[in-house]
Ligand binder design. Structure first.
Ligand code: PRP
Ligand code: ZN
Length: 187
């Protein structure tokens, strides 16, 4: 039995389901229970939060996983990239209030940055010699500057509309991301 971990809901979900369908993997139920059997292959699909997919694959609980590169890089789990899937493209960027002037990376020195991706951000700041405070928050990162919780954010940007509606501007693209097929190293 091959077990594949996929995102239960969120930005990867629709296209992951389409990928399974294109691969002719039929599921026995359309109800999103945790574990669903395929009706035509010896395959089980495990529906999880994207954050939990790298670890689930690294520990061998699932053999394969479909996950965003952002989560894969953030979790630093011992799994490997089998294929870049080319969908759910986005970038992980630093953004700041749009009315302030941006003189370059040094602006972030002594600033507080809200993010759900502290590992990727810490590595980037260190590499660039920037000394900022990282405030970890799991959701609604984009409202942080507006409510005085942080000076800037580090988050996923896709269409950019979330930034616009929160009066923020993207000033540094730290990494690009897309959906990945990952596998256990000892598969
Ligand atoms: C991400 C991110 C922004 C939004 C950006 O959230 O946190 O809120 O997408 O996309 P846009 O540039 O197209 O507006 P996501 O929908 O992945 O949900 P989550 O952060 O709550 O997991
Ligand atoms: Zn998430």
């Amino acid at each position: 039995m091959l077990r594949i971990a996929v995102q239960a809901k969120g930005r990867l979900f629709e296209e992951t389901m389409a990928l399974l369908e294109e691969s002719d993997i039929k599921l026995s139920t359309t109800k999103r229970t945790l574990l669903v059997q395929s009706s035509n292959f010896p395959i089980e699909v495990l529906f999880l939060r994207d954050d939990d997919i790298p670890q689930t694959v690294a520990t061998g609980v699932a053999d394969l996983g479909v996950v965003g590169e952002n989560e894969f890089m953030e979790k630093e789990e011992n799994a490997e990239i089998i294929k870049r899937l080319g969908f759910s493209k986005c970038r992980l960027s630093l953004a700041m209030p749009k009315d302030l002037e941006y003189p370059g990376l040094s602006w972030f020195n002594d600033k507080k940055i809200a993010t759900s991706y502290p590992v990727i951000l810490r590595n980037f700041l260190k590499k660039n010699g920037v000394n900022a405070e990282i405030h970890v928050i799991t959701g609604s990162v984009e409202v942080s500057p507006g409510i005085g919780l942080a000076d800037a954010i580090f988050d996923i940007v896709s269409s950019g509309s979330t930034l616009v509606s929160n009066r923020l501007k993207e000033v540094e693209v730290v990494m690009k991301s897309e959906a990945l097929l990952i596998g256990s190293k000892n598969m």
